[in-house]
Design a protein around this ligand. Sequence first.
Ligand code: PEP
Ligand code: MG
Length: 587
Amino acid sequence: MNPGAKTEITVQGIAASQGIAYGQIFVYLQSDVEVPAYQVQPEKRVDEIARFDHALVVTRQQISKIKHEVEKNIGPKEAAIFDAHLMVLEDEALIGETIREFESSGCNIETCFQKISSRYVQAFAEIDDEYLRERTGDLRDVAQRVLQNLLGQAENSLGRLADKRIVVASDISPSDSASIDRSAALALVTDTGSKTSHAVIVARSMKVPAVVALRDLTKRVTNGDWAVVDGYDGLVILHPSESTLFRYGKIEERKKSFEARLLEASREPAVTLDGVAVALMANIEKVEEVARVKACSAEGVGLFRTEYLFLNSARIPTEQEQFLAYKTVAEAVAPHPVIIRTLDLGGDKPMAGNAGLFPKENNPFMGFRAIRFCLEHPDIFKDQLRAILMAGAHGKVRLMYPMISGSEELARANALLAECRSELQARGQAFDENMPVGAMIEIPSAAATADLLAKECAFFSIGTNDLIQYLLAIDRVNDRIAHLYEPTHPAVIRTLAYVVEQAHKQGVPVGVCGEMAGDPVFVPLLLGLGLDSLSMAPAWLPAVKYLVRAMTLADARALAAEALTLASPKEIYSRCDAFYRARVRVE
Ligand code: PEP
Ligand code: MG
C-alpha cells in the first residue's frame, strides 16, 4: 500500500504520552454494540431465526477456538472460564425467550436478543449469590459477541490484536486498558480523555505514545488507514506524505539518541549538583511490572495501584491470591520498600461484572470509590489488609489508604487494620506488626487537615491527579475542560507547600505519586517545595533522574519561592519550563 495515496490530514489533540508511532490503524469499537431496531416482514421471519441460529453457531466456534488457544498457551484452569461462556450459548431460557420476543414483537432479532440478554444481565447482577453474580461478566461478554456476529462486525479485542496497530477508540475503559496487548499496541489514540485518565496512565507505563481529546477521530478513520501519532505535540497525521514521514523519522532519531543518554544516566545515583540525594520511586499496576522497577533503578515502588488485580479478574481475588501478588513484589524490590495502596475501585474504575457492588452514579469521581467503598465492604477490605500485613513478613512493605478525607475516616480504616492484626496474631500467622501506615493526600479536605492527619500517619503521598481535579473542580477525564487542568495553578502550589510544611513539622515525610512527579518540567518545583520523594511510571524515571543530576536543589528552592509569589498558572509554567530547558537539551 502506498501511504501517500490519500491526502494528508493533521488532527490536533492533547499530548498524553510521549513518543512517535507510525503504522496502520485499528478502530476499537466499544463493547456496547449499537443495535439498530426495525420491523421484519412476515415472509422474512424464518430467515431471521436462521440468522440468529447461524450467529450462535459462529459465536460457539469463536469461543471454542479461544478456549483451545488459552488452554495451549496458558493452561486448562484458565481455559475453563470459556466453558461458562459456551454454557450461556446453550441456555434454553435465553434463546427461547429471544425467539418468543421476536415472534410476538416482529422486531429484528438483534433488538430482541439485546432486550432479553440485558434483562438477564441485570437479574444476575442483583442475585444474592456470589457465584451466580460473578457469571454476569460471562453473560455480558457472550451477549456482546453474539450481537457483533449478528451485526456482521468483525470481532475485536484490545487483548488480541492481530498485528501491530495504532489503537483508535472513542474511549478506553480502565479494564480495557488493563488487558491491552502490550506487544502489539503501537499507540493509543482516543476521541475523549485527558492527561490523567487511567488509560493514559497505562499507556505511559507501557511507554506507548498516546494522544487524547481528538473529538470525532473514530468517525474519520477506518481500519487499515496509515497514520503517524506524535505523542510530543499531540498530533495524529492521517495518510502521512513521504516528507512528513521523513521529518518524523529525523525527530525519532534525535529522540532515540537522547533517550540513550537518559538511560545511561539512569544507572547513576539520583543526586543533585549540590549533593542532595533525591528518592525516585516507581508506580506499578501489575505484578509483572516489577521487572521495570529494577530496570530503571528505582528506589522501590512508591505506588502499587492494587485495584488492577481486581480489574483484571472476573471476581474479587482472595486473601491468599493477593498475599502472593504483594509478596512477589515485596521480595522483588527488597531491600527497597513497596508502598501498597489499598483498593481504589469505583470512580472511573468500577469492577466489570459487579454492577451490584458499584451502582451507576452521576458523579463517580465524587462518589462511592476507594476508602469509601472499602469501609462499607469491610470483608473485602480486611482480606486485602491481612494480605498486605502478611506480605510485610517478606520485604519492606508500607500500607497506604487512598482518598482519605479526614482523620475520622483514617481512624475507621485503622480500626479495621487493628482487627486484622489481632486476627493474624490469633492465627499464628507471620506478619509485620510495625508496618508503616500512610495516607494519600488527594482530597482538599485532607490537605487542609494535614496537621491532624500527620499525627496518625508514618508518611504522606500526594496524589496530584485527584488533588488537582478536586481543587480546581476539573473532572480529570473530561476533554472539554482538559485545558483548564493546570498543575501550576497557585492553589495547587500553595496546597503542596502547606501539606509539606505541616507534615515536616511533625517529622512526617511527603512524596508525590501523581503524574506531576514524572514530568521533568514540574520536578524542580516539587523538589523546591520540599517534597521528599517522587514516584512515577518507570518509563519516566530516566528523564527525571537526568534532570535531577543536572540541577541544584538551591536553584529549585528559588524557583519554588518565586512560584509561590506569582498569580498566573501560565507564568509559573513558563518559569518551570525555562528552568528545565536551561538544564536539559534534547539535541
Ligand atoms: C493520584 O490521584 O494522583 C493518584 C496517584 O492516584 P490515581 O491516579 O490512581 O487516582
Ligand atoms: Mg488518586
